[in-house]
Design a protein around this ligand. Sequence first.
Ligand code: PGA
Length: 252
Amino acid sequence: MRSKIVAGNWKMNNDAKETKNLVKGIRKAIKRFPLANTRVLVAPAFVNLRSANKKAKKSNIEVVAQNMHQENSGAFTGEISADMLQSIGIKTVIIGHSERRSIFGETDELLAQKVNQAIEKEMEVIFCFGEQLEDRKTDNHFTIVQYQLEKGLFHLEAIAWNQIVLAYEPVWAIGTGETASPEQAQEMHAFIRKLVQEKYNTSVADNTSILYGGSVKPSNANKIFSKEDVDGGLIGGASLNIEDFTEIIKAI
Ligand code: PGA
């Protein structure tokens, strides 16, 4: 059975103290209600991963990375490898976030290399993808999403999909306050699951968690998460606030 997941992407926010306080606050808040089949993940900045992981110890919070490099080691100034992440207990990494694609120029080919590296290193990947506003306006959103999945993931063997979580994030909804409607999210998630089923099989498709991301807030989480093929959310802005993030976790 696929898990429900609520993941907070903290992006370039929070210094050392703020990070610890946020983990502490979420930890305390989620103690108060059951988390049946639900995983709670947070992705702090690289420099705060270690202390966040320490603070999250023996709790239901999993600390994950926002990015990593595709090589093992070497002359790649400013980069972080899978081995480094694993050496501090990080087992999951977000790959292909739209900000990595658009601001840092990460291409589908590069993302496929990063995915391969993570799979080889036995890490779990939260693979992000989604269309731009222009694509949706011109009715190209399904084509774009299919292309991103084919380029980034469909070269993998079925067995590797044990390590894959999908995060559909329409770019026009990220940080804009504009959310896809629950119906738009469901329509796309069902399309994605069908693509995975056709490429692999029903078991892979049924066992893959597909998260929605893009302006998820306490006020809309319930409706979005109630859709059959939406298995949780990747939360940006609202994950920086203990109360909001907790409400979103409750919604699932
Ligand atoms: P948002 O970000 O919730 O602030 O829209 C989502 C994301 O970037 O993953």
